[in-house]
Design a protein around this ligand. Structure first.
Ligand code: CA
Length: 236
């Protein structure tokens, strides 16, 4: 099946150019000309990835990005942002808000397609919709069962949701606020520190006595699920 891309861009000439090149590269493309249309289209059908322009009429790219990350169905949707040249702040804010990557204008269609492919590769950890796999961890969503290296891992409901959230976007760094939004819901009144408590429990259950730590603490930023690059640091 062709991977599908929702292209959100208000510049008609760019939509035509990118649409043509993406289709030639084997993608199925739909386009939205503003943020509002993009959100409507996402509610109708989920693509495999969104290419999102930063500067959009009606609802800004930043706001679309935020809403995608907040939505239950769309929280794990990969996003590649298009930003204006030199707009370092926009870029950082975009990544903070949850974009997976960005391409700076002007760019070649070839460059964008390479980024899209890389993001899609990272975003596809599962073997089927019901099972998530990362490293030696297997998550059977239907049976609510987690194993690591074939050993059963017992998780509380919050740790289960937390792990699922990480396993849907391995390698991606989530801030405590983003984790709260996705795992507890945007309307919860839970303190960011609560995330640390559940991360600790998740690590304990997942790592057992001596397995390598798959949860990476990113100083001042948050947490990510990653393959350990160095032996486990016993501290956290
Ligand atoms: Ca634009």
């Amino acid at each position: 099946m062709k991977p599908s891309v929702l292209l959100v861009e208000d510049e008609a000439a760019l939509v035509t150019l990118l649409g043509y090149n993406l289709e030639k590269a084997g993608f199925e493309v739909r386009a939205a000309l503003d943020g509002e249309e993009a959100l409507t289209m996402l509610a109708e059908r989920l693509p495999d990835l969104v290419v999102l322009d930063w500067m959009l009429p009606k609802v800004s790219g930043l706001e679309v990005c935020r809403q995608i990350r907040r939505g239950k169905a769309t929280a794990g949707l990969p996003i590649v942002m298009l930003t204006a040249r030199g707009d370092e702040d926009d870029r950082l804010r975009g990544l903070e808000t949850g974009a997976d990557d960005y391409v700076t204008k002007p760019f070649s269609p070839k460059e964008l397609i390479a980024r899209i492919r890389a993001v899609l590769r990272r975003a596809r950890p599962s073997t089927s919709a019901d099972t998530l796999v990362f490293a030696d961890v297997r998550m059977d969503l239907a049976a609510h069962r987690v194993t690591r290296n074939d050993r059963e891992v017992h998780l509380g409901p919050t740790e289960f949701r937390l792990l699922r959230h990480f396993m849907e976007s391995p390698g991606r760094v989530f801030s405590r606020e983003q984790i709260l939004d996705s795992v507890w819901g945007p309307d919860s009144y839970v303190e960011p520190r609560t995330v640390d408590v559940h991360i600790r429990r998740l690590r304990k259950a997942l790592n057992g006595a001596n397995a390598a730590d798959l949860v990476r603490t990113v100083r001042a930023a948050g947490y990510a699920l990653d393959r350990p690059s160095a032996p486990l640091d016993a501290a956290d």
